[in-house]
Design a protein around this ligand. Sequence first.
Ligand SMILES: [Zn+2]
Length: 921
Amino acid sequence: MQQIEQETLRLWEHAFEPNPGQREKFYLNVAYPYPSGAMHVGHGRTYIAPDVIARFQRMQGRTVLYPMAFHVTGAPVIGISRRIARNDPKAVALYRDLYRVPPDVLAQFTDPLAIVRYFSDEYERVMRACGISIDWRRRFTTVDPPYSRFIEWQWKHLGDEDHVIKGAHPVRYCPACDNPVGDHDLLEGEKAEILQFTLVMFRYHDALIPTATLRPETIYGVTNLWVNPDTIYVRTLVDGMPWIVSREAARKLALQDHTVEITGEVAGQELIDQLVSHPLCGEVPILPARFVEPDMASGIVMSVPAHAPFDYIALRDLQEEGSYAGIAPVPIISVPAYGDVPAKDAVERARIENQDDPRMEALTQEVYSAEFATGRLYERYGGEPVRQARDTVAAMMTAEYGSIPMYEFDTRSVVCRCGGQVFVRILHDQWFLQYSDPAWKSQVIEHLDTMTLVPPEVRAEFERTVDWLKDWACTRKVGLGTRLPWDPAWLIEPLSDSTVYMAYYTIAHHLKTVSPDLLTPEVFDYIFLGKESPSLPDRETLDLMRREFLFWYPYDFRFSAKDLISNHLTFQLFHHVAIFPRSLLPRGMVVFGMGLLNGAKMSSSKGNVFLLEDAIQEFGADTVRMFLVGSAEPWQDFDWRNELVASTRRQIDRFRSTIEELRMATGIPGDIDRWLASRLQGHIERMTGALDRFQTRQALQEAFFGIESDIRWYRRRLPAGSAGSSYLRALSSVWVRLLAPIIPFTCEHLWKSLGEDGLVSYAPWPVPDPSLDDAERELTEDLLARTVEDIESILKIIPLTPSAIIIYTAPAWKREIFVTVAAADNKGTVVKEIMKDTGMRRRGKEVTDTVRQCTTLIHKLPPHIISRLIQGMPDEELLFLNAAGFLEKEFGVTVTVRDAGESTHPKAVLALPFKPALVVE
Ligand SMILES: [Zn+2]
């Protein structure tokens, strides 16, 4: 197999380099990879599934562009090179042992660009080895000078149209890197959202104790504070005021526009049982609670036991130990579905034993959601619905009682790729893409409406993302990339310089011949927007590029994993609508599921991956392809298991040897060839339909397993000694072409051995030939196959050695009933209808029994067979008489066919249309 693959790769070396022409185009692309490590089988599907579509479209006669480039912007690769430089054991293990980078190359990895060069070559090599039909002439990286000129052009437009603003915002920030961090920069906590808490200020002697809450309206129900007795808190001066907070909180506040000076320590234990003044009135005690995390917000929590299940149960636990009997929950919110004290109600209904119960988190969410949706503050606290009161109370606390905001992640443990903890920082003079702009959002929504999204369910997720997207910190101080044209102290960050590069692909190969200095914004304005300007150089080259861009754009489909919906896939729509005219906006997107390895999520950093190259070595590229696109539809998760992959390889081997046999057959085509030909037209039609809908798994079912099982039946039906007819040669040609998009190496090889010209990659896609349709023949063959199955299952259960089989076919009057029942809209009145006929009426109970049996049978049969049968019942007696020889050969006994209506055998009455009665003697 290896040899076939090598030979085929040579044939393909420049086979997929399309230029504009007369034929219809199809342009598909995927999110380009960040080449900082080796590809694993999870990456494989991301590129292989689009390749199946690319190859399918190409065989349909379209000019297909499938380009690839490498995204190297940002800090990750710098972080990796630093970790390798300081011999970080984890990084070295990953690169030396898992990715098997040769020692001399690894030594060069102290230069970030060496990492990029090594892995982008590696990616190209492995993608080629997978048979992915990419036009490599257009390959580039995002730090190539022409690309930077392109990004400058894009950002000039964004800036001119006020999509970029300067401001102060809370962002995810790594102090070790001194840089804001995006999803791709994170080792842990990729989905972390920044939440805005309100700090409620309690007074303790001369100091303030701030407690952070997302529910300021519950301030009226506070009965106590919680402090962790095992934590050492710090006394600090925050903006000159004395505060008591956790040490972690002090560090966080310093990143959020506060001056922070630590002046001393105070043990949590010391604070227990002390009293603090509630900001509104009265005093409450401080109680001990080990669930309080010093690393969460201020590290001290206010307790609202009537409405917070955690607070309720922590208080109950203490009271069961005999302390704090005087404290009772203070309810302040009424919620329809709950009693007076909602937290108590929820805890008791769920039968929660203590605060360590794992269901507490979900229960808390349930109470919070119910109170937010339907809760209302008691009249004496203002009487507002919770959803309004939250803002009213927060505003009041801020204006009159010293509350301020504090930002914190919604998930614990957010870790940068450099290994450092990530914090929320308020960044000043930062540049933001104004994704919050309602006018920009509505342009995106309007365009989204016109797009084809696969699977359709993702539409709602896109709409939600557009709706909640906030301003995006789009520049960084450190990393690789392009500088912001009007403020070169800043670099454009990775998710923001990778939004319209699908346009760049269309001309990438031409740009390599132009000096980057000539690539002014005016030049790109001409190429992409057709804008004239007096200073344009070399019109001829520019016109060539403009024509090529207009040939390919807009792109037809972008393929990507579903975790990019919430950022990249939506960002690219924002940028397209901001820059390109409506006629050049993206047409469609296909969103993928995730890859699992033996049931667990694949993750390079956790070592749970199987490298794509190893998979190709072990199983062959076609096996890897067929498994990845055939085991699940693209949008479903797939699970790589070596034993299943091995069985895929055996299927391909079987296919290859079958084709080698089929092409040798020379017999005269007979009746059964008509059946085989007719079936094949159906498979062609259904496989084409499946690939039109990107259903690679369904396509494989039709084209591989469907045709294979037909051939098995066909061979069974051949007379003894026959290897089949010359029609099998024609079928082989169709079959090889149908599977070529999925297993192109095998098919390219078989195409040659069939004596066909050229590459199968460019062979015409089979189209169904209606003149070969023979529905009647398919129907009778189906009936015969069902009858054979029935005989086999009878033979399995009877103890005797059979000597004869008698087939009783249903009499004419039962066929009449079958058709009437099958065609009836109202199955309830069908007996009455039939009984209008005097002949039927005379048969009495026999008729009602037959109606019942036919109804059951009709439910079991596939709908396409029913609709065929309504048009005309086959002559079953003739069919079985013709097939008697075949049946005798199959079962080695005499076979007789009789009309059940003329028999007195007790089993004969069981005969139904399309289900003869069978007697084995
Ligand atoms: Zn970092």
